[in-house]
Structures are given as structure tokens and as C-alpha cells.
Design a protein around this ligand. Sequence first.
Ligand code: 13P
Ligand code: SF4
Length: 401
Amino acid sequence: MFTKQKPTTIPITEIEQSAFCRTDETLDVKPLAEEFSASVRWQGIPSEYLHMDGKELTARIRNARNLLGDRLTILGHHYQREEVIQFADVRGDSFKLAQYAASLPYAEFIVFCGVHFMAETADILSNANQKVILPNITAGCSMADMASTEDVIDCWNDLENILGQGGIVPITYMNSTADIKALCGRNNGIVCTSSNATKVMEWAFQKGERVLFLPDQHLGRNTALKLGIALEDMVVWNPFKNLGGNTEDSIKNAKIILWQGHCSVHTRFNVNQINKAREKYTDVNILVHPECTMDVVQAADYNGSTEYIIKTVTESPPGSKWGIGTEISLVSRLAKENPDKLIFCIDSVVCPCSTMYRIHPAYLLWVIEELINDNIINQVLVNDDTAEQSHIALERMLSIV
Ligand code: 13P
Ligand code: SF4
């Protein structure tokens, strides 16, 4: 029953998270060779792509894209850079992009401008003959990396030993590997995204008395609080400790077990930043992503997924003021697209998600130019068993929201 004490390992993606933070520069694209100076892992790429400037990259991507026509669909998450998202046939939050991938009748190739777990999900939900490509294979997610398959299986075995089979319903946030989605699929569990976490958690509590929520403790806690679950009824599972740092009794008494994971981008936001924004502009609206900590979400006026953030700001009256707590590429785009409103990031440091940022337009150009020659680079392919089991958990989500 007891797991071995494991050494604490911080995911590399978490260590690299602040690599592109800056205080005095814009987010405009630089040739990839210059970006290579940031100390993160980059995928190797033929040297001809290293020195192209933004203008040349844009022109060549447009040309390659036109040559591929209907054979190619480009999906883009809202956190992508301006120079990349402009080529997306569909932009969305992780839920909308998953729904879209599940309903794409044609397109031989789906190039996913986002991060690895999103591309895996697109592969699981798309047709067997469609190929999903991630332009830079090192574009992972530091939060997803905080829940290794091995640690989650250990946790699940411990919980089943203590609570018995069927004693707890697993919910995994979309930001997790296909293996973890598969574990949820085969154990009567489900996937959620930030746009449907409340409905999914309600569904889970109709199926059982307790929920394991992973890997984002903050989204789990914020959602449980919305459903009226008290903080005393939640425990945190630290994968580096025996029984996650809990006792058998505390696990039996809990309603929610929250995996100790977080998003390094959203945990940068704090209540002090919100107070400062309110001091500066008395009528400002504070809008944050639910991956922020509980105190930030509670101090904000609104919270929701990236799609919700865009809709809320876009539909607000001219002259309104918005202090936003989410990834900077999205906040900058919102500010550009809504010049009649005051829109700013509540963190004064410009700090993009370092893994989303790795989809530099040079990688997009490389993979689509190779597709013209029928050469597939960076296909994301989930094995059949994992795909089948994770499909069950994804379908449960798609059918209730
Ligand atoms: P959304 O589902 O709101 O797009 O969020 C995905 C994500 O990774 C946020 O950090
Ligand atoms: Fe992962 Fe956070 Fe980046 Fe989203 S913003 S992809 S949760 S690291």
C-alpha cells in the first residue's frame, strides 16, 4: 500500500518556464537563431530556417499553405504568437480545438499550433487516416509534466487500496498525457477543460462520493469551491511523499483529492497585482484564468477559459477597462483587437508560456514545406490501446458539455 519515498524532481519545462520573460521588449518575432539564445530545449531544424526574418517566414508559410490547400488544416491555441496564429484556420481554447478535431471530415494533415497534450488529443479524436503534427516537438506543458504516468498509477493504486474499487472518480484536466486520460477512461473517469470543469465535477459527484482531480490543484480547488465544497474537505496529493503526504483517515474523509500540480504562468499572478490595478483604475474589471490560485480567483471579478476571456472582453462596452491574468500573447492580441478599451496584463513583466512560445513560425514553415514533399515531420501518434481508453474519457466530456 505504501509508495516508496521518491526523490523530488522538478520538470525541466518548469525550470525553463521564465526563459522568455522580459521587462523592456515586445513579443515581435525574431529570427529563430536569435531565439536559440534563450536557454530552453529547442528541436533541431535545417539551418536554412534559422535566419529568416518575420516577413520572409510569413510569405513562405502563406505560399506553402496555399499549395497544400484542403489537404491541410491548421489549428491554433489562443496563446500562440501573432506570427503563428494568423495562419490558424480555427483558433480556440483547448475544448473548442478538441471539439473541432473530432468533427473535421477532411484534411489529411492537422498541424496543431499549441502544445503536446493538445496535439495528442487531436490525434485521439480525429479520423484514423488523419495525421496530427506538432511543429516543434519540444512544445510540452510544465503542468502536464508534473503528473508522470508512473506517479499517477502509484497514486491510483494507493487510493483503490484505501477506498476500494469505485470509491473515487478520477477527473483529469485536458493538460495531461494521453496515458493519464486512458487511466481515467478505464476507471469510470472523465476529462475536463477550464471551460467545463464545473459541469464535469458535478457529473463526477453523481457517479461517486469522492473525486481525484489532476494535475492542476488550482483549477480543482477553484471548481470545488464553486460547487460549495469546503476547503476542509480537500486534501492535496504530493507525488513525492507516501500516500501523497496524507493519512488513510484524511483520504477517507476527503471529498476531493487534488494533485499537487500547477501552471507556472498562472501562478505568477497575485492579489497584490490586482490591488495595484484597482488603485490605478477604480472602475477596472479583473478577469483571470481559473488556473490562478484561489486567492487570485476570489479577488477577481470574473474567471474563465481563454475562450471565455476573449468573449467577455470583446462583448464589453467601449471605454471599459480590463486587467487580465492570463498568458501575455493573448492579452496583447486582445489589446490590439479592442483599441476602444483599456486592456492590460496585471503582471508588468512580459512572460509568455515558454512551451507555447516554442512554436516559432520557422518550425511551422519547416513542417508544412516538408508536407508538400509528403515528408511528415513530428507526427503525434497515440498508440491504439491508449487512444481507445482515453477516447472513452474524452467522449464522456464531449457528451455532457
Ligand atoms: P484553455 O482551455 O482555457 O484554452 O487553457 C489551456 C491552457 O493551457 C491554459 O493554460
Ligand atoms: Fe501549460 Fe501553463 Fe503553458 Fe497552459 S500556460 S500550456 S498550463 S504551462
